[in-house]
Ligand binder design. Structure first.
Ligand code: GLA
Length: 371
């Protein structure tokens, strides 16, 4: 078992005085490219990170214990705006599918940084869904579990997110990124061997907290839907660059990001398959510019890191996730990660920003039952 899984198991034992029946865990994610395209029926290319949320589970009375917060909350159909709403939402979503999930208890432990855009919420949903599925012998398909987790997030927690994060957490494989067609929900692994190319992805957490439930995300979603209506298409996935002249103002900017970003995801997959990391990097910079200028979801901190990366010779860099804060990624030669993170800290200090955090990225495994 991984250390974080051991930790959840130990918590379960000390809390409930027995061994858990099983332990499962699920990772956070970064997205290589393809932002805000998921709810437009488009393409995304996320990758699981080496940080996970683990759950130890067994039969019980609905006690949910968090090691990180050192508190017990109860399983219920009422929300209380805490971490426990995610497991509650997943149990609720199983119930809605006619799968009665009750009489269980769980202890959680995790090292996915919260609220930083690495999708700790999808990780806790995915770990819970996989553990419940196993505990109750349901044998669900991974894709169905991801859709169930998204439903928990949309309808129970009340955040209108797309399918990317749950898909990444449940379906990614070690050493690969995951190309998802968010309309057909088909997914396929794309090998990502950075090490062999002498490259690394550096994750910069700007420590500017994003509130996903906040207006920005839902506003962007609504603007994309308006643009699709103006164009007379079901989703912006169906629009081409040649249609954009029929739009203006905000609708034009938002739609231009989605249409060009979808094309960039497919080009990035080609580049990865050809091991053309320079091209991947170029697409990452373009993607960032599109999110900064057209989709308007970047921040001064994210822009500062991307500009610094470009100025110091990184192959590519962009914000990753929903934007409005959170993390950026940079594609760099392995020996340059130290220098870039030092320069990042200095730049942020000089501009009076929060001190950023840097993580080493490894394309890790998706959700797993450990025991
Ligand atoms: C958040 C959402 C995802 C996706 C990204 C932006 O992570 O949960 O569904 O929309 O933002 O690409």
């Amino acid at each position: 078992m991984r250390e974080i899984e051991e930790k959840a198991a130990r918590s379960y034992r000390s809390r409930f005085g027995e061994d858990p029946e099983l332990v499962a865990s699920a990772p956070g994610r970064i997205n290589l490219i393809g932002e805000h395209t998921d709810y437009n029926g488009g393409f995304v290319l996320p990758c699981a990170v080496g940080r996970r949320i683990a759950v130890a589970m067994g039969g019980g009375d609905g006690e949910l214990y968090s090691t990180n917060f050192d508190e017990t909350r109860r399983l219920s159909n009422e929300k209380d705006s805490s971490w426990a709403d995610y497991p509650r939402g997943v149990a609720w979503a199983f119930d809605e599918k006619g799968r009665r999930i009750e009489n269980f208890r769980a202890a959680y432990a995790g090292d996915v940084p919260l609220g930083s855009g690495l999708s700790s919420s999808a990780a806790i949903e995915a770990a819970t869904a996989l553990a419940l599925d196993k505990l109750f012998g349901l044998q669900s398909d991974r894709k169905d579990l991801a859709v169930l987790c998204q439903r928990a997030e949309n309808e129970f927690v009340g955040v209108q997110s797309g399918i990317m994060d749950q898909y990444a957490s449940l379906l990614c494989e070690e050493g690969s990124a995951l190309l998802v067609d968010c309309r057909s929900l088909e997914a396929e692994g794309v090998p990502l061997d950075l090490e062999a190319a002498g490259l690394a992805l550096l994750v910069c957490d700007t420590r500017v907290e994003r509130g996903l439930a906040d207006t920005g995300y839902n506003d962007r979603r609504a603007a994309c839907e308006r643009a699709a209506r103006t164009l007379g298409v079901e989703q912006l996935r169906d629009a081409g660059i040649e249609n954009l002249s029929r739009l203006s103002g905000e609708e034009l900017r938002r739609a231009r990001h989605i249409v060009t970003e979808n094309a960039r995801v497919l080009e990035a997959v080609e580049a990865l398959r050809a091991e053309d990391f320079r091209e991947l990097g170029r697409l990452m910079y373009q993607s960032h510019a599109s999110m900064r200028d057209d989709f308007e979801i970047s921040t001064r901190e994210l822009d500062a890191f991307v500009e610094l990366s470009e100025a110091t010779g990184a192959l590519g860099a962009r914000l990753t996730g929903a934007g409005f804060g959170g993390c950026a990624i940079a594609l760099v030669h392995t020996e340059e990660t130290g220098a870039l993170s030092r320069a990042g800290r200095e730049t942020f200090a000089g501009r009076g920003f929060e001190e950023p955090l840097f993580y080493e990225f490894v394309p890790a495994a998706g959700a797993e039952v450990a025991r």
